[in-house]
Design a protein around this ligand. Structure first.
Ligand SMILES: [Zn+2]
Length: 157
């Protein structure tokens, strides 16, 4: 059992247990929802908020993101998200201590830094909603996360 967060399915990546994946997605989502502005950025934050462990939608490769010809800005956004998470952004809102999150984020920063999108875009994944409803971007008043496809945020549930 485990979930995979890599650049592609074959390159470097993070293999995490379900518990580790929850933590990883929580700390990235806190940062991503705060920084997201463009539709790519909001889509990435939504992907994190919609990834719920145990529902079969808990991992993704960077290859699956809808990179545009201006991918450098999108890539820089991902790095900013990881860096903000590495500053423990809003970790005081977590209901638990994330003892291994610093290590996950350090490894993921390397994955993102070394990543380049494929020349040919890959088929859009099931988890990336190309036309999200505006209501999915409603932010939880307690945690600031997008509610996404659910009625509560991933930290409330
Ligand atoms: Zn919440």
């Amino acid at each position: 059992m485990g979930n995979w967060f890599g650049g592609s399915s074959s390159g470097p990546g993070l293999k995490l247990s379900n518990g580790g994946s929850e933590v990883f997605l929580d700390v990235l989502a806190l940062a991503a929802c705060e920084l997201a502005e463009t539709s790519f950025e909001r889509g990435f934050a939504l992907l994190l908020c919609n990834s719920r462990i145990g529902l079969g939608n808990e991992s993704f490769d960077l290859d699956e993101l809808p990179w545009s010809p201006g991918w450098e800005a999108e890539h820089a956004f991902l790095l900013r998200v990881v860096e903000l998470a590495q500053k423990h952004f809003r970790w005081e809102l977590l209901s638990y201590e994330p003892p291994y999150a610093d290590r996950y984020l350090a490894e993921y920063a390397e994955v993102v830094r070394g990543y380049r999108p494929p020349e040919q875009p890959v088929e859009l994944p099931r988890m990336w909603d190309p036309n999200p409803a505006e209501i999915a971007f409603t932010r939880c008043p307690d945690h600031g996360l997008f509610l996404g496809d659910y009625t509560d945020c991933r930290l409330c549930s």
